[in-house]
Design a protein around this ligand. Structure first.
Ligand SMILES: [Zn+2]
Length: 387
């Protein structure tokens, strides 16, 4: 690894960290910087804005205009710093003892900086297969950018054959993770005086029965754990994270919302849960509520359904990663990424990137400079697969 290349990568990372691209805020300043950068290299770029126009994905292509090739993908957003005790300004990169500190250094602007440093070298080559870069918005809050990007790629007929998502894995090759499906279920009953519970429809009590049913389903999912599963825990899980409802102790609760999630190991886990809930809600809970109050409602809002990354027998992305990292085995992880969305879109996907998930989302987030060096090495070996 040339000193110049790692120094250049550090400079780029310094610049990227200085964009405070917290998911709730605009990422356009950083996206414009990236678009300029790649534009100057002569790459083809397109931006895809979200509904309110405050955020955008950026998709970049080097090399020939044809199917196939590899896409290097990373999200542009970072998690908030509020309430965290940082020893330095989180949006000013700080180098100390072989580490680079700052929000996003590890998750995942370190990988993005390596992508830019690599692109600079590859832009001059005569690539036979295209090298794409995908920079997405809103990964940390539900992978909304990547979901929109998959539709846009299909619309434009862009079909890379393999995707590398550079989430922090300490450069280990990750071939699978669970899905992450998030929901809010709202209950609308009928308010009334607490002394006459039979004259209202208590939304909290119906929500409680719904939650009890979720917990039963959670137990059923345990029995579906596949032998030899490498996930921890090995089964799909359900978890209720927040509940709101009611106006006061002596008032029949007219409203209740339940925020819950499930982490399916396989798509059929999610299908089982959805089918069972549908039957329970529409054949039992809702008819009971409506019998007394015809305007009663139970509705489930899909906050996000991020697909899991299924371990598959044949994987072009995994073969490429084995070659360019020298690894001969791959793991699975508990955290979700955009990789499942690529796989769902028919693109072979794999995860490998610099830094540790241990440092992600924490105060004094950092990435080891050695990790960036390994990443740069991996990406330079990718060159051989494209020329
Ligand atoms: Zn991330």
């Amino acid at each position: 690894m040339s000193v110049a290349k790692i120094e250049y990568t550090k400079q780029v990372l310094d610049r990227l960290v200085a964009f405070p691209t917290i998911s709730s805020d605009s990422n356009l300043a950083m996206v414009n910087y990236l678009a300029d950068f790649f534009g100057q290299l002569g790459a083809r770029v397109f931006m895809q804005h979200n509904e309110d126009g405050r955020k955008a994905n950026l998709f970049v292509t080097l090399g020939p205009d044809r199917e196939g090739g590899v896409v290097l993908s990373g999200h542009s957003d970072v998690v908030p710093v509020e309430g965290q005790k940082w020893s330095s300004d989180p949006f000013k990169m700080l180098e100390s003892d072989g580490r680079l500190y700052g929000r996003g250094t590890c998750d995942m602007k370190g990988f993005l900086a390596c992508c830019l440093a690599t692109a600079r070298g590859m832009a001059e080559l005569n690539l036979v297969r295209p090298l794409h870069f995908a920079f997405t918005y809103d990964e940390e809050v539900g992978c909304f950018g990547a979901q929109a990007l998959m539709k846009e790629l299909a619309r434009r007929g862009i079909k890379p054959s393999a995707a590398l998502i550079g989430e922090p894995t300490m450069m280990r090759v990750i071939e699978g993770h669970k899905g992450c499906y998030e929901y809010t279920t709202n209950f609308v009953g009928l308010e009334g005086h607490g002394s006459q519970p039979d004259l209202g429809v208590n939304a909290i009590q119906y929500a409680a029965r719904f939650i009890a049913h979720l917990m039963e389903l959670g137990e059923r999912l345990k029995e579906r754990a596949m032998a030899g599963s490498r996930f921890d825990p090995p089964w799909a899980t359900i978890q209720v994270g927040r509940i709101f409802g009611g106006a006061g102790r002596n008032i029949i609760a007219g409203n209740c919302s339940v925020e819950w999630e499930m982490r399916p190991v396989q798509p059929s886990d999610a299908a089982l849960v959805k089918e069972s809930l549908d039957t329970f809600v529409n054949q039992q809970l809702l008819p009971e509520m409506k019998a007394f109050s015809p305007s009663a409602i139970i509705e489930t809002i899909v906050v996000g359904e991020v697909e899991g990354l299924q371990v598959v027998a044949q994987s072009e992305a995994r073969d490429i990663l084995y070659e360019i990292t020298g690894a001969n085995g791959a793991d699975v992880v508990a955290f979700g990424t955009e990789a499942g969305l690529f796989q769902e879109a028919g693109i072979s996907a794999i995860i490998c990137g610099p830094g540790s998930i241990e440092q992600a989302h924490k105060p004094n987030e950092f990435v080891d400079i050695d990790q960036l060096k390994s990443c740069l090495q991996m990406l330079s070996r990718l060159q051989a697969k494209l020329v």
